[in-house]
Write a protein that binds this ligand. Structure first.
Ligand code: PLP
Length: 408
């Protein structure tokens, strides 16, 4: 199987060992696994044999989800965890010590920004926030102790699109690990493997969960000589080569902090993977149609959707991405009051956080996800109080349009 939808539906057929030949991966709701002998359990703990021992560390249902994500991404390995936030946290803990430094995009999901700016700063991991589109600003922010460059390839909710090849070249020159949050596009619409990314982050809570069914996160690792250059993974690189980051996570920052994914969530997300490409194609088609529709409305001051021919990112999206921009659209009305009044009148489209649900969801980021930030911080992050973020669902397009029309 060469193509992504078939890979997601079948996984690695030769590797499926369910004793009853179940077509769906069963939910292994068990905390521990028995061994035939004391010698065998000892070998499992020492890593001499591959075996499941305890579900916080590894579980067969979660393992199958990890395998399918690795296959989909053309990567070397994946660790699935409890949430997207935990995927970011445990990766940073695997690569940085107190005293280390990160260069990150100013344009990040609010809690990712807060993790770097508050939680990690408090324990001595410093972050400099930059505009990743500005190569000079990015390069100038790099210090001798910089360990990671971290950004969302398409920023949520600003929808700025970044040229990952250019940023990967800077990361390579300075031997710094490039960590990309690819949640909005997933490996289906942006291949980190083809653009010099070292580690990819997904909040599987979004499109992979199959429609807001469950929380989860994935850390997808690529082959990189930087695992040898980073002092926290260099020993692992000597012993495990390209699997250095995965082994480091499994034996250290993921295992010891306990943020495992539940087997039930992994089961739901395996179901989600089977229909991922269908759902993503439909939400991209709907998002483009809604963006075009919003552009024709005089109440709407500005529409941002990178796949719109009028977008300044249209060329980049078509040359460096796969031409599709995912389910998120943002647009501006005249004022915060106009945004609230419009949103309050919606009947089918739900006022809710989250995105890549099958349902259309709408939110005013300034007063919700970014409410804890000062006006100046919000200004720096380009979060205007006139901006609405719209996660376009997979409903019939005429019903989405009709709801917007009656609310306007
Ligand atoms: N990354 C992005 C781009 C997000 O939008 C989110 C959440 O909305 C996260 C990471 C965090 O994911 P989770 O809510 O699964 O922890």
């Amino acid at each position: 199987m060469k193509n992504i939808t078939s890979k997601l539906i079948h996984g690695n057929i030769d590797n499926q060992k369910d004793i009853y030949r179940s077509l769906k991966t069963p939910i292994y709701e068990t905390n521990a696994y028995s061994f035939d002998s004391s010698e065998q359990i000892s070998s499992a703990f020492k890593g001499e044999i591959d075996a499941f021992a305890y579900s916080r560390t590894a579980n067969p249902t979660v393992f199958e989800l990890e395998n399918r994500l690795t296959l989909m991404a053309d990567a070397v390995g994946t660790v699935c965890v409890s949430s997207g936030m935990f995927a970011i946290t445990s990766t940073i803990l695997a690569l940085c010590n107190a005293g280390d430094h990160i260069v990150a995009s100013t344009y990040l999901f609010g809690h990712s920004y807060a993790l770097l700016n508050n939680t990690l700063r408090d324990i001595g991991i410093e972050t400099t926030f930059v505009n990743p589109a500005n190569e000079e600003e990015l390069t100038n922010a790099i210090k001798p102790n910089t360990k990671i460059i971290f950004l969302e390839n398409i920023a949520n909710p600003q929808l700025f699109v970044f040229d990952i090849d250019k940023i990967a070249a800077i990361a390579k020159k300075h031997q710094i690990i490039l960590m990309i949050d690819n949640t909005l596009l997933t490996p289906y619409l942006f291949s980190c493997a083809d653009h010099g990314v070292d580690v990819e982050i997904l909040s599987t809570t979004k499109s992979i969960s199959g429609g807001a069914t469950s929380f989860g996160g994935a850390i997808i690792s690529y082959e990189s000589d930087k695992w040898g250059a980073n002092k926290k993974t260099s020993e692992y690189f000597k012993n495990f080569g390209k699997l250095a980051l995965i082994k480091k996570l499994r034996k250290d920052s993921y295992r010891n902090t306990g943020g495992s994914m539940s087997p039930h969530n992994a089961y739901l997300q395996l179901l989600g993977l089977e229909t991922l490409t269908l759902r993503m194609d439909k939400s991209c088609e709907n998002a483009l149609a809604i963006s075009r529709f919003l552009e024709t409305r005089q109440e709407v001051k500005q529409v941002n959707y990178p796949a719109l021919p009028s977008s300044k990112y249209f060329t980049l999206l078509n040359t460096h991405y796969k031409g599709k921009a995912g389910c998120l659209v943002n647009f501006e009305l005249e004022s915060k009051e106009k945004c609230f009044s419009f949103m309050n009148k919606l009947k089918m489209i739900r006022r809710a956080t989250n995105f890549c649900d099958n349902k259309s969801l709408i939110i005013h980021p300034h007063s919700t996800i970014y409410a804890e930030y000062s006006e100046l911080e919000k200004q720096n992050m380009n979060i205007s109080d006139c901006m609405i973020r719209f996660s376009v669902g997979i409903e019939d397009i005429e019903d989405i349009k009709a709801d917007i029309l009656q609310a306007m």
